[in-house]
Design a binder for this molecule. Sequence first.
Ligand SMILES: Cc1ncc(C[n+]2csc(CCOP(=O)(O)OP(=O)(O)O)c2C)c(N)n1
Ligand SMILES: [Mg+2]
Length: 292
Amino acid sequence: MLATDLEQVEVWRALRAQLEDASAADRDALLAEKARLTRRSIITMISTAGQGHVGGDLSVTDILTTLYAYTLRIDPANPTLAGRDRFILSKGHCAGALYTTLAHSGYFEPAELNTFMAPLSSLNGHPNRNKVPGVETNTGPLGHGLPVAVGQAMAAKLSKNDARIFVVMGDGEMQEGSNWEALMTASQYKLDNLVAIVDRNRLQQGGRTEDTNALDPLDERLASFGCEVRVIDGHSYAELVEAFAPSTTGKPVAIIANTVKGKGVSFIEDRVEWHHKVPSAEQVLLALQELS
Ligand SMILES: Cc1ncc(C[n+]2csc(CCOP(=O)(O)OP(=O)(O)O)c2C)c(N)n1
Ligand SMILES: [Mg+2]
C-alpha cells in the first residue's frame, strides 16, 4: 500500500482553508489553478507510461478537482475515516485523473505517478482499493461503480451517518443496463445521499454517443428513473460547487456535467482518436505549453 504524503496533506489542508474563506471569484481561480496542475501532471504521467486514457482524464479533471479540493468531507491523512464521504470513479479507465488528484491531495507521494502502469506499481490501469489509498472500490468494467455507490448510500442510511456518496460515470458507460437498475433502487429507497455524475463529453471509445447508442434526452430519462436532475457545465467551478449541494427533494441527485473530452489541450479536445492515444514528445511540449 502506498504511504500518505504528509507534506502534500498540509498543502491540501491549506488550500481547503483558503477556499473556505474565499470569494466565489477567488475560489474559482484557486480551483482553476489546481486543475491546471493536475492536467499537466496527467499529460506527463501518460507520456512516461506510454499508456493511458488522456481524453477522459482531461474531461473529468474539473469534476475531480472540485470534489477533492472543495466538496468531499474527507481526510487524506486518514483515508478510512469513519463517516467520510465516498467517491467512486466508475469510469475506471480514467484512473490517471484519479491517481493524480489523490496524489495532489496527499493520499500518496506525487513522485509515485511516474510509476503509472509500470510492472509491480500499485498504480494500475484501473483503480484497486487494496493498492491505492483513497480508492473506495475497484472499477474498470463499465457499469459497476453506480451499483456499488447505491449499496454504499444504503449502508450510510442504515448506519445513520450523514456521509454522501459521489460517483462519476462516463456517458458511454450509461449504455450499460446495470446503471438503470441501480437508479431504480436508489429512487425506491430514497437515497438522497447519492450524487451520480455523468461526464457528458458525448464521445465513447469508438465514436460519438449519439451515433452509437443515443442517450438523449438523458435529463428526462434520469428524471423518469426518479432522480433530481441538474444539468451543468462540467468545467464551471461555480456550477460544479452548486450542483454538489445536497438534494432538496429527498431524491437521489443525478448531475449531467457537460464536458469536452480532452479539455484544456486544443489538439486533443473533442477528438475520438484521443480516447487512449499517447502524445508524442513534441505533442507533450505543446500540451504543457497550452497548460502553462
Ligand atoms: C463492460 C466494459 N465494456 C467495455 C469496456 C472498454 N471500454 C473502456 S473505456 C470505454 C468507453 C467509455 O466511454 P465513456 O463512458 O463515454 O468514457 P469517457 O468518454 O469519459 O472516456 C470502453 C468501451 C470496459 N471497460 N468495460
Ligand atoms: Mg464519454
